[in-house]
Ligand binder design. Structure first.
Ligand code: WTA
Length: 633
C-alpha cells in the first residue's frame, strides 16, 4: 500500500511527496512481500548490517517453541554495535547524546567518542565491584546521561541490567531488586521532578533493608543535597572516576546472541510484576531495523523520544535503537509543562529536533493549554512525529498533526509492548495514515483478531489481538519463571502469542487497538498492575480488602480507582480516603496514586472468590452490570 495513492476507507492522510522521496524505504510492498515470503531471510539481511564477532549458524530455531532462539551460534555485543563500531567511521566525532537539565541551567553533550569513554569508565567501575557476565545490576536513577552510560556499560561487560523507573517508590523498588537478586545498585542522590526534589538515594536505603544480595551501591551526584552514605557499601561515582581503575578501555564481552541483555519488570494479569527478559542478538536486530524503517532515521536527524529509560520505550528507542543507528539522541530531564507549557516546543526549536516521539497522554495534556504555546516557536525542523503507549484518540492525533507537525509530518502510531521489544504494528513514513490506527504489522509480522476460542473474527469486529509469527526482539522468557512465560503468553491459543489487548481490523487491513483485556491499567501511558496497587493498599492498617480498576480519563487515558473494604472498627471518611491515596503513592510511587478511593461494604466476588472488576467498572460508570450469575450470594 506504499506511496501509491490507493483508495482507503474512512479518513486518510497521505504522506507528502518530500517524505516519500527522502525515506530510506522506497517500496513498502516489495519489502513486506519479501519478509512474508522469507522471514528468516529478511531478518538475516537486517542483522548483516551490524557487526558480529562470529556469524550465526541458524537465523531462527523454533524447535523448542515457544522458547524461540534467534541468530543461534552468533557472537555479538549490543554495546559494541551501539557505540564502538561508530568510532571506526565519521560518526566518531558526531554528537551521540545531547542532554538538557530540567531547569535549563545545564546542557551536556557527548560525541560517540565521548560516549565510548564514559561507557568504558562506568564499565570499569562496575567490574571493579566484582560484577561480571550474567550478574544483575539494578539501575534506579533520574533522566540523566549516566543512566545511559550505566545501561550500556552493563551490556558491555555482559551484566544484566534491570532498570527500575525513578517514579517508583520503596515497595516497588524493593520487590524488583529482591526478585532480580542484584549484586549492585546504581542510583543518584536525587532527581528533579517539576522543580521538586525526589530523594532517590533515601528510597534505595529504605529498599535495601530487605535486599541481602546487594553488595555495593554506586551513587551519581545530581542534586548535591545531603544524603547518608553507608561506608563500604555506598560509593560516590565521581570519587570512583578519580581512581586509576576507572581509566582505560574496558574489554567488550563477546556474548552469545541468546545471552540475556536485560530484564525489565512489567505488570501483567494478577500477581507480582514479571521480569521480561531480552537478549543481545535478537533485541539488537529488532530495535535497529524497526527504528531505521519506521522513523527513517539518518545522520542528519536529531531524535527525541520523551520516554523515561525506566520503561521499554526508553530502553528500545531512547538508548539502544537510536545508538545502533548512529543517530543523535536528545534527552531531556524534565516533563512537558514545567515551568511552562511551552517547555517541549522550546526545546524542539532550540535543538532542531527532526523526529519527535511521545505519548498520547502528553499530547492531550498539552493540547489543553491551547495552540498559542506551540505557536510561539519555530517547529519547522520537525519531519516525523510518533506516539506510543496507549490508543491515541483522533482528536489528539489531528491536533498533533496540524499544530505541531504543520500538516507535513506523518505520525507513526507505534503499537508494541515490553514483551515485543520493538514496534509490531506500525506505519512507516510512506504509508497512508488513519488517525487512531497503527496501520499494519511490521515486516514479517502477522497479527490476527480472534475470539475466545481462537477463531478469527470478521473484519470490523472486536476480538483478542494475537501475533502468529516469531520475531527477533521477542521476549525469551520471564526471568526465573519459564512456566509463567508459557502460561501467560502461549497457552490460551497454542502457537499464537497472546498480547493481552483487544482490537479490530478494518476492511483495509488496518488495526485499531481498543485496550487491555487483563488487569493492566495504562495511566498516562505507564503500565501498572492492579495487583501491585492492591497489595500496597492492604499494608494499611484500616484496609481489609481492596480492588483497583482503571476508568477512562480525559488526559491520562485511564485513571486508577480503588474500592476498599475496611476492617471492623474503621469508618469511611474523606480523610481516610485521602490517607489511603497517599499511602499508595508513598509505597508504590506517585504515578500509582489513585484518582479516588471509594469505600464499599463488600466487594463483588465470584463464588470462587475472585473479585469481579468488571462489575465494579460498570457500577463506577453507571453502566449495566451485565451477567451476574457467577456473583456470590
Ligand atoms: C498499549 C509500551 C494503542 C497496549 C511500548 C499494549 C498501545 C501496552 C500502543 C504495552 C499504541 C502501546 N496504540 N495501544 N500505539 N502502544 N499500547 O509494555 O495496550 O508499557 O499492550 O509497552 O500498551 O505497554 P508497555
Amino acid at each position: 500500500m506504499s506511496a501509491r495513492q490507493v483508495e482507503l476507507e474512512g479518513e486518510v492522510y497521505y504522506p507528502p511527496q518530500e517524505v516519500i522521496q527522502q525515506a530510506v524505504l522506497k517500496d513498502w510492498d516489495a519489502l513486506a512481500e519479501f519478509a512474508q515470503r522469507d522471514l528468516e531471510g529478511f531478518w538475516a539481511k537486517e542483522a548483516e548490517e551490524l557487526v558480529w564477532f562470529q556469524k550465526w549458524e541458524k537465523v531462527l530455531d523454533a524447535s523448542q517453541a515457544p522458547f524461540y532462539k534467534w541468530f543461534v551460534g552468533g557472537k555479538v555485543n549490543i554495546a559494541y554495535n551501539a557505540v564502538d563500531r561508530h568510532l571506526l567511521t565519521f560518526r566518531k566525532n558526531k554528537l551521540a547524546l545531547i542532554w538538557e537539565a530540567e531547569d535549563g541551567k545545564s546542557e551536556r553533550t557527548f560525541s560517540y567518542y565521548a560516549l565510548n569513554r564514559e561507557v568504558n569508565r562506568m564499565a570499569n567501575i562496575i567490574k571493579s565491584m566484582g560484577v561480571g557476565k550474567g550478574d544483575r545490576v539494578t539501575i534506579y536513577m533520574g533522566r540523566i546521561p549516566e543512566i545511559v552510560f550505566a545501561m550500556l556499560a552493563c551490556a558491555k561487560i555482559g551484566a544484566i541490567h534491570s532498570v527500575v523507573f525513578g517514579g517508583f517508590s520503596v515497595d516497588a523498588l524493593q520487590g524488583r531488586i529482591a526478585d532480580s537478586e542484584s549484586k549492585l545498585v546504581i542510583t543518584c542522590d536525587g532527581a528533579y521532578q517539576n522543580g521538586k526534589l525526589v530523594e532517590l538515594k533515601r528510597i534505595v536505603d529504605e529498599a535495601l533493608k530487605h535486599c541481602p544480595t546487594v553488595e555495593n551501591v554506586i551513587v551519581v551526584k545530581r542534586t548535591g543535597h545531603d544524603v547518608p552514605m553507608e561506608s563500604m557499601r555506598d560509593h560516590w561515582y565521581h570519587d570512583m572516576c578519580a581512581l586509576p581503575i576507572a581509566n582505560g578501555k574496558c574489554p567488550t564481552e563477546e556474548m552469545d546472541a541468546e545471552d540475556p541483555l536485560f530484564i525489565l519488570y512489567t505488570s501483567g494479569s494478577t500477581g507480582k510484576p514479571k521480569a521480561i527478559l531480552h537478549t543481545h542478538g535478537g533485541y539488537m536486530v529488532g530495535t535497529y531495523a524497526t527504528l531505521k524503517y519506521v522513523f527513517d532515521i539518518n545522520d542528519e536527524d536529531r531524535f527525541w523520544c520523551t520516554a523515561d529509560p525506566g520503561w521499554i520505550t526508553g530502553h528500545s528507542y531512547l538508548v539502544y535503537g537510536p545508538f545502533l543507528n548512529g543517530a543523535t539522541v536528545f534527552m531531556f530531564e524534565g516533563g512537558p509543562a514545567y515551568p511552562y507549557p511551552n517547555r517541549w516546543w522550546q526545546l524542539i526549536e532550540r535543538f532542531g529536533i527532526t523526529i519527535f516521539y511521545t505519548a498520547p497522554t502528553a499530547i492531550r495534556g498539552l493540547m489543553r493549554f491551547g495552540e498559542a504555546w506551540p505557536n510561539k516557536h519555530d517547529l519547522s525542523s520537525l519531519r516525523l512525529l510518533g506516539t506510543v503507549g496507549e490508543p491515541i484518540n483522533p482528536e489528539a492525533w489531528k491536533w498533533f498533526y496540524r499544530v505541531i507537525g504543520k500538516e507535513r509530518c506523518p505520525i507513526m502510531d507505534t503499537w508494541w509492548q515490553t514483551e515485543t521489544g520493538a514496534f509490531m504494528i506500525t506505519p512507516t513514513p510512506v504509508v497512508p495514515l488513519k488517525p487512531g490506527s497503527g496501520t499494519r504489522p511490521f515486516f514479517g509480522q502477522v497479527a490476527e483478531i480472534v475470539d475466545e476460542q481462537g477463531n478469527p473474527v470478521p473484519d470490523g469486529s472486536e476480538g483478542y489481538l494475537v501475533l502468529t509469527r516469531p520475531w527477533p526482539s521477542m521476549l525469551r522468557t520471564i526471568y526465573k519463571d519459564p512456566e509463567r512465560y508459557v502460561s501467560q503468553y502461549w497457552s490460551k491459543y497454542p502457537g499464537k502469542y497472546m498480547t493481552g489487548d483487544s482490537a479490530r481490523r478494518d476492511k483495509d487491513g488496518y488495526f485499531w487497538i481498543i485496550g487491555r483485556v487483563d488487569d493492566v491499567i495504562k495511566v498516562s501511558g505507564h503500565r501498572l498492575g492492579t495487583a501491585e496497587i492492591e497489595s500496597a493498599l492492604i499494608t494499611h492498617p484500616a484496609v481489609a480488602e481492596s480492588a483497583a480498576i482503571g476508568l477512562p480519563h480525559e488526559v491520562k487515558g485511564q485513571a486508577i480507582y480503588c474500592f476498599v473494604q475496611l476492617k471492623p472498627g474503621f469508618a469511611p471518611s474523606e480523610e481516610l480516603g485521602e490517607e489511603l491515596r497517599q499511602h499508595v503513592a508513598r509505597h508504590m510511587g506517585p504515578i500509582a496514586r489513585p484518582e479516588e478511593v471509594r469505600f464499599i461494604d463488600k466487594l463483588p466476588k465470584t463464588r470462587s472468590g475472585k473479585i469481579m472488576r468488571r462489575v465494579l467498572k460498570a457500577r463506577a460508570q453507571g453502566l449495566p452490570e451485565g451477567d451476574l450469575s457467577t456473583l456470590e450470594e
